[in-house]
Design a protein around this ligand. Structure first.
Ligand code: MG
Ligand code: ZN
Length: 228
């Protein structure tokens, strides 16, 4: 990073930011619950995939398209996280896949405790693959593992060319990164290859897929990248 600049304020080691201790306890508790979720999923042989990305990036569309393609091959369920609506869960249900809505109220992310509650309502023996659509947000979901085996981040061209560089944490932990709406690249003046490069710079082990999900482009590649 660049050195001292008078027009930049940085958080230093010695700075206290709000309730650091409280936050550490909270994250530790979340981590424990995430491990319990993972254990429960493993006991029932369920593969769980956490799908993250901003509002409007294409998370639900990706899940609709995957459900269309894989619902004969696997028994699929979806946990749809949202602040207040059931729009996404309803969209998924229309694909003939069972879905549970988790409304977070004021919270801008799902946490392992909310997912645990949702898991209690799912007959885990009757499914093979569980997708979790996280709340539309690229910041805190990175800090709150849910117990999923894999993490997918969907980012769209319409979010601008700096979206990935500005949210390194969430991309660093992703297994699959989907660059969506590449069909709009020219209109947006954003080069998809730049986003691919940014993604791989932050996370060289990620599988990066360019997609136009509304038209179904890239869906097979995402499925393959997830090993499904
Ligand atoms: Mg959605
Ligand atoms: Zn949050």
């Amino acid at each position: 990073m660049n050195t001292e600049r008078e027009d930049v304020v940085r958080l230093e080691e010695e700075d206290e930011i709000l309730d650091v201790e409280l936050e550490e306890n909270l994250l530790k508790r979340n981590e424990e619950l995430a491990q319990q979720n993972r254990k429960l999923l493993d006991e029932h042989g369920v593969l769980c995939i956490d799908v993250m990305g901003s509002v409007g990036s294409g998370k639900t569309t990706l899940l609709e398209k995957i459900a269309q393609k894989l619902k004969e091959k696997y028994r699929i369920a979806v946990i749809a996280g949202d602040v207040t609506t059931t729009i996404d869960a309803d969209r998924i249900k229309r694909q003939g896949v069972s879905s549970i809505q988790v409304n977070t109220g004021r919270e801008c992310h799902l946490d392992a405790n909310l997912v645990r509650k949702a898991l209690e309502r799912i007959d885990l023996d009757s499914i093979d693959v569980l997708f979790i659509e996280n709340v539309g947000n690229l910041i805190c979901p990175a800090d709150f593992p849910l117990g999923a085996h894999k993490r997918v981040v969907v980012v769209s061209i319409t979010e601008g060319e700096y979206m990935i560089l500005k949210h390194p944490m969430i991309f660093r932990d992703a297994d699959v990164i989907v660059i969506n709406k590449v069909d709009l690249a020219e209109a947006m003046g954003v080069d998809p290859e730049k986003l691919v490069g940014d993604a791989l710079q932050i996370n060289p082990r990620a599988k990066v897929v360019k997609a136009a999900l509304r038209d179904g482009a890239g869906v097979d590649e995402v499925i393959q990248a997830l090993g499904l």
